[in-house]
Design a protein around this ligand. Structure first.
Ligand code: HEM
Ligand SMILES: CC(C)=CCC/C(C)=C/CC/C(C)=C/COP(=O)(O)OP(=O)(O)O
Length: 305
């Protein structure tokens, strides 16, 4: 009997624990947190390389910056899910979120979001005042300018959201060198220009869901042909940006240009694609590999620069 109870108890607790963790990771959008930590770390690392500061003397700053950035990005993601509780049930992609299933109560989500944002900001201010201020800018642009305002009202919502997504490298850089400089600007511009084609590809795949939720994403408002032209234009804008990072050497410039040529070539095939959604999925997958390879290569090339 007791074994049965123990067995039942252990069986019940395991699924509960794993589903709580799964729900929590979905709430904070862990995939986006992890990848934004790559760009935050790159900003931090290049600032060390481009100034005379050595990271071994600043391990505390690295800790405050990376944990602080992770917390505010996670907190912003949770706040975004709190705000989107009315539209997420309508979209297939988002309807299994704990804010939709009711597994997480709204009050709990708000408490988690605010706690993460406050602790994250304290850590960033411990890294540097400038890092804390850039963190605030990222929170306000993602939560207020994007989630609360433009996402629901304007077809330019993605461009507005791209401001927040381009701020993490500035947080990393400002933790080491508050004055930023051309290298930090380059990282900001690369991330700003990378996001629209990254997201428009996904928005094309989810057009009917966004239409049902009345969210004015570009493919919903202007159609696929216009979205393809826009994606091509944004990818074209990426070509000059690696040249702002000449300090990383010609090897980086060549790699970045090859990545840009690949994405441009793929974007061109969209105009002849027999299956738009298959092509859009390729563009989305390419965007994720592009960003990871580009930013990791910056870190590697900076060691030999
Ligand atoms: C305008 C800005 C952006 C928009 C609208 C956007 C939108 C999205 C959406 C809707 C998804 C699918 C997530 C899901 O289905 O739950 C996604 C996935 C993803 N995004 Fe973005 N994103 C943006 C910026 C970024 C940035 C700045 C990064 C990283 C630096 C990023 C990295 C990722 C990654 C790694 C995934 C796949 C992992 C996952 O599904 O969680 N995104 N994006
Ligand atoms: C410093 C700081 C806080 C930076 C923010 C970095 C970050 C989270 C960038 C992603 C921006 C974005 C528009 C995501 C999609 O939200 P969505 O509401 O379109 O996604 P969903 O439909 O999956 O909820």
């Amino acid at each position: 009997m007791s074994n049965g109870r123990t067995l039942t108890a252990s069986r019940n607790t395991e699924p509960e624990a794993s589903s709580f963790v799964k729900d929590f990771l979905a709430l904070i959008k862990i995939g986006i947190v992890n990848s934004n930590l790559v760009t935050t770390f790159t900003g931090l690392w290049l600032a060390f390389q481009f100034t005379d500061k050595h990271f071994l003397q600043e391990l505390d700053v690295m800790f405050y910056t990376l944990v602080g950035a992770a917390f505010i990005i996670a907190g912003s993601g949770a706040m975004n899910n709190y705000i989107d509780q009315d539209i997420d049930p309508i979209m297939k992609r988002t309807k299994s979120r704990p804010t939709v299933t009711g597994r997480f109560k709204s009050s709990f989500v708000l408490a988690i979001a605010l706690s993460l944002l406050i602790v994250g900001e304290i850590l960033l201010f411990m890294a540097s005042f400038a890092a804390g201020m850039w963190g605030l800018a990222g929170i306000l642009s993602y939560v207020v300018l994007y989630s609360m305002w433009s996402k629901r009202k304007h077809v330019s919502n993605t461009v507005v959201g791209s401001i927040s997504g381009a701020i993490p490298p500035l947080i990393g850089w400002a933790a080491v060198e508050p004055a930023l400089g051309s290298g930090a600007l380059a990282l900001f511009l690369i991330m700003f220009v990378w996001q629209p084609p990254h997201f428009y590809a996904l928005a094309m795949k989810r057009t009917e869901e966004y239409r049902a939720a009345n969210i004015p994403m570009l493919p919903v408002v202007k159609g696929f042909a216009r979205t393809k032209r826009s994606m091509l234009a944004w990818v074209l804008l990426l070509f000059p940006l690696p040249f702002l990072l000449m300090k990383l050497g010609i090897g980086f410039i060549i790699l970045a240009t090859v990545l840009n040529l690949g994405w441009f070539g793929l974007a061109l095939t969209g105009f002849k694609a027999a299956d738009d959604l298959k092509w859009a999925n390729k563009m989305f997958i390419y965007s994720l590999n592009y960003m990871t390879i580009l930013f990791v290569s910056m870190i590697i090339f900076s060691v030999f620069a």
